[in-house]
Design a protein. Structure first.
Length: 133
C-alpha cells in the first residue's frame, strides 16, 4: 500500500480538544496532522512543522516493536500544547486481510493553551495504531 500505517488519537479537555494523526509511508517518512477544537464549534489546523511528536519506551507486543509513551509539543502563538501520553493498556488485533491494529488506553497528562484559556488534562483516553503488513 501507499501508506505503511498510522497513529490516531484525541485529547479531550473541558472546553478544548485536540484530534491528531501521524501517517507514515515507511519508518523514515511521516506526516503528522493536528486540529484544535473549541466548544463553540470553531477549529484550528496546526501546521505540521510546528508539531513536535516523540515516541519512547518501546516494547514487543505479539512480535511487533511498538511505543508506549508519546510526547506532544506545539509552540505556535496563540496555541501551546505540552502533553504526555503513557499506555496503561494495549489490545492487539490482527486482521485476516493485511493489517495489525493496537487500541491504546493512555493516561494523558499536560496542558493545552489557546489564547488566554489554559486547560489541564489528566485522564485516560484512547488512541490507536494501525499498521499494514
Amino acid at each position: 500500500p501507499a501508506v505503511w500505517g498510522w497513529f490516531w488519537g484525541k485529547f479531550v479537555g473541558k472546553n478544548i480538544s485536540i484530534m491528531w494523526t501521524d501517517i507514515f509511508k515507511n519508518p523514515w517518512t511521516q506526516y503528522i496532522m493536528m486540529v484544535l477544537n473549541q466548544d463553540n464549534g470553531s477549529y484550528i489546523n496546526i501546521p505540521y512543522e510546528k508539531i513536535q511528536f516523540t515516541m519512547t519506551n518501546y516494547t514487543f507486543d505479539d512480535g511487533w516493536l511498538i511505543p508506549t509513551s508519546f510526547l506532544f509539543k506545539v509552540e505556535d502563538d496563540p496555541i501551546r500544547i505540552d502533553i504526555k501520553a503513557d499506555a496503561v493498556n494495549i489490545v492487539h488485533q490482527t486482521s485476516f486481510v493485511s493489517f495489525n491494529y493496537w487500541r491504546y488506553h493512555v493516561h494523558v497528562e499536560g496542558t493545552v493553551t489557546f489564547n488566554s484559556i489554559t486547560e489541564n488534562i489528566d485522564n485516560v483516553q484512547i488512541m490507536d495504531l494501525t499498521r499494514f503488513w
